[in-house]
Design a binder for this molecule. Sequence first.
Ligand SMILES: Cc1ncc(COP(=O)(O)O)c(C=O)c1O
Length: 432
Amino acid sequence: MSASLDVTSLADAEIHRLREDFPILQTQVNGHPLVYLDSGATSQRPQAVLDAERGFLTTLNSAVHRGAHTLAAEATELFEDARATVARFVGAHDDEIVWTSNATEAINLVAYAFSNASVGRGGAAAEKFRLGEGDEIVTTEMEHHANLIPWQELAARTGASLRVIPVDDDGALRLDEAVRLIGPRTRLVAVTHVSNVLGVINPVEQLIAAAHEAGALVLLDACQSVPHLPIDVKALDVDFAVFSGHKMLGPTGVGALYGRRELLEAMPPFLTGGSMITTVTTTSAEYLPPPQRFEAGTQRVSQAIALAAAVDYLSAVGMTRIADHEAALGHRLVEGLSAIDGVRVLGAGIDLPRVGLASFDIPGIHSHDVGQFLDDQGIAVRVGHHCAQPLHRRLGVTSSTRASTYLYSTESEVDAFLEGVAATIEFFGVRS
Ligand SMILES: Cc1ncc(COP(=O)(O)O)c(C=O)c1O
């Protein structure tokens, strides 16, 4: 790979070298060079990640933690090394990372562990996860549906109630309301670190402190932060954190749950079956310690190994430099969009640090038309509600268009996108 361990910011020349590592970035779309501004949905993969997955499948493919043969032993070693790499990347211990299919499954894993504890599974150790009437789960109005619906379902199954921290007219979390909503009845606070619609980095430290003061656990949806910022789960002092491989240069089909070791040890499993047990009779089973207790069934081995290669790639470039580069692109996006007559940038007024992501509405043009017009110029963006209907509703729109960057995005791509948006407005003739 062409990335280097430079401590200075990512210079244009280096980004252009980096881009050569990503075969898809060399493609043309509709006769134009691809301008990929949809990394918030899924990121592109460098050759090193493609090679890691293919290399494993070509020479070592086998199931892990099962076979006695050479391939199985080597696959198991690589699989566990991959876990250690991902754990180090977020500041966790190796046994505090559970492989999942994606962040959605990781959140559901925690929700089902609470649910199973609430019907008496897990014995005395699982007391912390038992919910019933009078208990409260707190989340926010800006969550991705993945960090909302599992809690709605958990509340419905256990009789606990769901409290929702509102956002203000700009879309910023109402911290005054958070302090009021988090109290002695709160058992869990589930919050997103970075909004997948607004691109702002939430001041989660304050929520984490308030939750812990109230004796509640905290689950951080780190889907949009782990790929873009240096993250240390211990420094953040969260109890659980979730993220997806495909948003951080890795493959689809793999994600991770971080859980504090003593919590994972006390938690009943979500999925049950092979590979998560020590002893089984026809009427009962004893479970392995975490993380294996939460990894029932044949695992996603090539994907985990490729995710470790993605993490190595990101680490070699440097997460602080990636964050700085994307903060600059994020501001260019927000300022550039705000300067276009007829564009309303969601959350533009929020005074918080940002990643390289911005969503906007053009009253009079449906986001699908905006996306299609941009696509005609080779510019790929996300349109719709971005799995965050409550936030869109609160901001008075049903959908928006989202541009999101990554380490391989350039200022000139952002500028091409801004010109594309201006041309869209010109074409549809809807200036304010
Ligand atoms: C903030 C946030 N949370 C959760 C998810 C769900 O991720 P996945 O679909 O990979 O499980 C996403 C994906 O867009 C996201 O942006």
